[in-house]
Ligand binder design. Sequence first.
Ligand code: NAD
Length: 247
Amino acid sequence: MDLSNRVAIVTGSGQGIGRAIALKLAEVGATIVLNDINEASVNSVAEEIRAMNRKSLVVMGDISSSSDVERLVETAMTTYGKIDILVNNAGITRDQLLLRMSEDDWDRVITINLKSVFLCTRAVLRHMTRQRWGRIINMASIIGIVGNAGQANYASAKAGIIGFTRSVAKEVASRGVTVNAIAPGFIDTPMTQQLKEGYRQELQKRIPVGYFGTPRDVAEAVAFLASEEAKYITGHVLNVDGGMAGV
Ligand code: NAD
């Protein structure tokens, strides 16, 4: 895989899966536009990329805000002149059983996890369709396919991302732009490190390979979908889940 001369935006790239994606895409040659709401962490990823002798730019911003998203895309365009790859990675959880779930927990998860994908994709598509080449990779989740008690908001957002991916893929297929989703299972990141140890062990038993995945496992799949070699794959949901979806 060679992504030299490609410019990639990775949202939520200050830590976890987003950081691993940014580092992997940089490793195979891409210039990375990093985005997050946590300045310290995203600046340290930018330094790691510079140490690899690759270019990177940090654009702070909340991807659920349309003005922040416009600024992210415009800054990338004025700095590098094009956007080839968008990885819609940023996401949050606000877990609660439905009867106790507040309207705010619902709205925040839907807005940050799903509306953001609409905003960022719409903002880059104009540029990608004009250049007749683009790769959009959306971070869904296995929870959006199989569901999970306590995560009705998160599962709805992630299932929404899958429907969005399949629809937009059809809209732009003839313009050289592919739109795919990745559905990770349980991956060891700060998001899952919040889980109680007993619950983590219980989850581990539900993973056929027997262990949590690494952010790097997800990043490898993203790099493939972002490559020229993946040009005939669009509207697809790729499970990176140690076999979970099949059980
Ligand atoms: P994480 O919490 O470790 O990292 C998420 C990053 O996104 C953080 O750096 C955070 O500051 C940033 N972020 C949050 N809200 C933002 C906003 N409004 N604007 C910009 N940046 C924002 O999470 P992670 O585990 O690395 O997950 C990354 C993605 O993968 C998420 O979409 C998540 O739902 C998905 N996912 C994770 C797992 C898992 O097991 N970790 C499984 C399936 C899917």
